[in-house]
Structure formats: C-alpha cells, structure tokens
Design a protein around this ligand. Structure first.
Ligand code: HEM
Length: 414
C-alpha cells in the first residue's frame, strides 16, 4: 500500500532523507511506521507495536547523515522470501471473506450504504481470535485526475466499514465479530479470554460502508481475514465497547484554527478492562488523549498523535491494560489543527464542524474492553498485584485499586 517498497538498497536509497524525516516525527501525524503513541506519558506496552526505538532512530539518522552508504555487501541479510501471507498482519487467516466489487469516481460525493452480505462458509461454531479488514483496489494504477483531492488516505476510498455477524436465523449476533474498521486501520487481536462467536452457517453483513473519492477512478473490494481460537475453546469474558464522545454539534473549528481542543466524558457503568485505545477524529484532528478520573485523581492513560490516513487501534498488552472500577469517569481530549500544517485538511480557509463526511469532524474514543463482575474484577486486581509483587501502597498505571487503597477514600487523596 505504500508509495514505494523498501526491499533492496536500490529501492531504499532515493528515500533516505524522507525516511529520516518521517521516522523522526516520532508520535506526530505523518510518522513512519504508522503508530503515534506518545512515549512520555501513560501506559507504554501494546500488542503489535511497530514503532522504532530511540536506538533505531539514531541508527537511521547516522546512516543518512553519512550519505546513506551501501556498506559491505557481504553483511547484507538474505532477501526475504515473500510467501503472500505477509499481506495479513494477523498471520495466515483461517477464513478470508470477500465483499462484492465497488467503484468510486475520481471526484464524487461521499457515499454511505451497505453491500450484500456474504456467507462465511463455516460448518461449525467458531470463536474469532483476530480480525483484519483490508481494502484491495486498483487506485495505484489509475491516473490522478483531481490534483490535491486526496483528502484522507492516498489510495483508499473506504473511510469506514461496519461488519456484523448474522446468525443462520437472520438475527444479528450480539457481541459478535467484528469491530468497526476505519481508514488505514491495523488488525484487531482480541483478548485471549474474549472470543467473538461466529456460528455455523452465519454470514457477514457489510451494513454500514462509507466511501469517499480519492482523486482517481477506483475499483476494488474489501477482504476480511479471520483467525479462530482452537476448536473447543470457551470464552471467559464478555466483550464491551468503550465509547466516549463529544456531541458533533458542539465542534466548531474556524478557518486557520490551531491548538483548539474539545473534550468529552462518560461514566463507566461496569468494572472494565480497556483492551483497545482507539482515537477517532477526522481530517482536522492531530492529537488525542484518554484520561481516567477516580476520586480526586486524574490519570492520563494514553495520548497519541492523530493522522486521518491512519486510524489506528492501539491494543494494550494484557498485563497493563487499564483495569477500572465502575463509576470511573473517562475523559477524552481531541486537538485540532485547521491550518496548512495539517496535510489532511483540504482547504484551511474553510470553517468545519461536526459531521460524517471525511472533511467534517468528530471527537470519539471507539475503544473496546471487557466487562467484569465485582468478583472477576477483584481477582484481576489481585493477580496484577501478585504478578507485579506489589505490597502496601503503590501506584500501578491504569489500575487505581491495584495500589492497595480505595482511590476514592480520603487516604488516597492525601
Ligand atoms: C520503518 C518502516 C517504514 C519506513 C521507514 C517508511 C517510510 C516512508 C516514507 C519515507 C514515506 C513518504 C514517501 C514519500 O515522501 O513519497 C512513507 C509513506 C507511506 N508509507 Fe511508509 N514507512 C514505513 C512503514 C510503513 C508501513 C508498515 C506501512 C503500511 C502499513 C507504510 C505505508 C505507507 C503509506 C501508505 C505511505 C503514503 C501515505 C502517507 O504518507 O501516510 N509504511 N513511508
């Protein structure tokens, strides 16, 4: 999907300066590889984190400054033999489901609708362990007819896709596969104790698809790759959405505005382990933070840059995923830049407000989590204390009760 491949020295060399520049954006819009978690605040361990370490960044900078030399060809690692599976970051899927073909004109209004549902072909009930959606299209081979019209994602036309499991009796499967896909999104690997049921004879419905023009006449389709838990697997926990948002009507982003922020809050109605932090904004968004408020304490769980080419789902590592008691207030803060410095804004002379088009704005956390009973919650906290060898009063990021004190008590306030 990238504009160039990085397989050989000859392919890489012309991009040396651009590689140094893009990789050193660190957590800001445009960074490569695409991953924008800020490393100086909040929880730091994630699944499938492709970001570069400071040592790797220094190595790239030193190499570029030295004139990007080839080095000793004898030290070159053997070229990778591509098997075709690498197109899927979840590994070889057990099942690949393909939508009907779609087409989008180079310059056309946004399109919302549904595609025909597709049978999964399953002959027995299975639980989904990982899910990946990818858009396959011919945009790269098409001439760019509208210069500068690449509002979000250079080649994508699928802004988002909601895919639902439909049981053989035609009913939507509650809590079934699959999370909403957003433009440029990575794969979803579910918590090992949460399986999403896909019944024998079920279908996948592509019931909320949003497409936008990308400046090229584009034809393509959606592919969904699913990996299953082993046969006989039984899930322990119930998956839940962790959604916090700002009312779209409040978003008011003047032409040329920068440093503008909006917040939103929600109270957790059940004990929750947050498994996925997923900022969702649109073109003007540049940064997004998630905080948890309990008692008198406000803790920043995660902050990330935002790039509407890459709406990334950040999956916390199992041992550090936020473990929050019911009643915790979740707060989101989204930052906007409606200037030419934001490459996703088409024309910064325009006012923009809330809305569903890619050029409108949103401010939402579309996270995922696990709902825990009081007993399950107490067990999870005790396990975490034991694993971390925590004794007495201590601070465990993202887990207010792991510290051995009720965070809402006057003692905790001191
Ligand atoms: C260390 C790893 C990576 C490096 C050094 C890198 C480098 C770059 C550079 C230098 C550009 C700008 C090219 C230009 O100026 O024309 C770029 C753009 C791009 N790359 Fe990467 N990349 C990396 C990983 C990835 C990965 C993992 C993906 C796909 C999942 C990807 C997809 C893209 C795409 C789609 C663009 C064009 C759109 C955009 O700028 O956001 N890259 N990359």
């Amino acid at each position: 999907m990238a504009p160039m491949s990085l397989r050989t020295y000859e392919e890489v060399r012309p991009y040396a300066r651009a590689i140094k520049q893009r990789t050193h954006l660190r957590d800001r819009q445009g960074v490569m590889p695409p991953w924008m978690i800020e490393k100086n605040v909040g929880i730091q361990a994630f699944k499938n984190d492709p970001s570069l370490s400071e040592a790797e960044l220094t190595a790239i900078a030193d190499w570029v400054e030295a004139g990007a030399p080839l080095g000793n060809p004898g030290d070159m690692p053997k070229a990778l033999a591509w098997k075709g599976d690498e197109a899927w970051t979840i590994g070889r899927p057990d099942v690949i489901i393909r939508s009907k073909d779609f087409s989008m004109k180079a310059a056309a209004p946004d399109w919302w609708g549904s595609f025909d549902s597709v049978p999964t072909g399953l002959t027995e009930d299975r639980y989904v362990a990982a899910y990946e959606l990818r858009e396959v299209n011919d945009a790269r081979s098409q001439p760019q007819l509208i210069v500068g019209a690449t509002t979000s994602a250079n080649f994508s036309v699928v802004h988002h896709g909601t895919v639902q499991a439909i049981a053989p009796d035609g009913k939507t499967e509650p809590g079934g596969c699959c999370p909403t896909h957003e433009v440029g999104q990575n794969a979803h690997v579910f918590d090992p104790k949460v399986g999403k049921l896909l019944r024998a004879g079920s279908s996948l419905a592509f019931n909320s698809i949003h497409m936008h023009a990308n400046g090229r006449d584009t034809t393509g389709h959606i592919e969904i790759g699913l990996r299953f838990h082993p046969k006989g697997y039984r899930p322990e926990y119930v998956a839940t959405g962790v959604v916090v948002g700002t009312n779209n009507d409040l978003l008011d982003i003047p032409p040329g505005a920068t440093g503008l922020k909006y917040d939103g809050t929600a109270v957790l109605q059940q004990n929750t382990k947050i498994t996925v932090f997923e900022p969702h904004m649109h073109a003007a968004g540049v940064r997004f933070c998630l905080q948890a408020i309990y008692g008198t304490t406000t803790e920043t769980l995660s902050c990330a840059g935002y790039d509407h080419n890459w709406v990334i789902a950040y999956t916390y590592a199992d041992d550090v995923a936020p473990l929050l008691p019911k009643g915790t207030i979740l707060r989101i803060v989204g930052y906007y830049d409606n200037t030419r410095a934001n490459r996703n804004v088409v024309d910064s002379r325009n006012w923009s407000g809330g809305g569903h088009r890619s050029v409108d704005n949103m401010n939402q956390m579309l996270g995922q989590g696990i709902a825990l009973s009081d007993e399950q919650f107490a067990t999870a906290v005790a396990e975490r204390r034991e694993r971390g060898r925590l004794t007495g009063r201590t601070v465990f990021p993202g887990c207010p009760t792991c510290g051995g004190v009720d965070p809402t008590s006057p003692v905790a306030a001191r």
